[in-house]
Design a protein around this ligand. Sequence first.
Ligand SMILES: [Zn+2]
Ligand SMILES: [Zn+2]
Length: 211
Amino acid sequence: MSWNSTVTCSWCYKTGHNRRGCPDRRAYIANNPNSYEAIRQKADKESQASRKCTYCLRRGGHNRRTCPVLQSDRAFLQQRLSEARPSALQTLHEAGFGIGALVVDQYWDRLIMVTSISWEGIDCVGINGHDNDQIVFRGRQVGGPHARSAKECSASVPLRDLASTVLSATSKSGLKPPAGWADGTSFDESRWFDKKSSRDYFFREENHFSS
Ligand SMILES: [Zn+2]
Ligand SMILES: [Zn+2]
């Protein structure tokens, strides 16, 4: 629906605005505060104000798109990522982790050659404690009881003891994070702000937002 050409007002039948934005209707309501139309508008406004935001679950007349909590959480996440990721990168460098490195995946008992790094999925902001920070990547299984040599797989290894999981190091040239990674502007949107989910536990615990 195009604003200026096809909207027709169901109150005055002029084009260019709808019933909600109608100046004639507004004037009528102001002059007739006890009319059906005035009562109807009041009910509309109340139901709008009592609607729950799907992100913060508060009732306050805002929605997910305009949610102040979501805006605060975005800024908070970016700040935390920008603090955590450069030091994670330093750890990767020191361990010799990168494309071509041979890595032991202790959890699945397999040996993997790294083929690509899933930068967006590397958060390192200490969800449930920094021990759980994971380096996420793709690679080929080259050893272990379940190895299927040609098969590419997704894998992750804990950042905590990265040095002991890298068997054969790679050169530093295999480690180039994309723009937006180190400064925290690029992250997995569906992981942090999934449209179907309300505010993540991480933010409720860590970002003490007050409006
Ligand atoms: Zn109108
Ligand atoms: Zn909200």
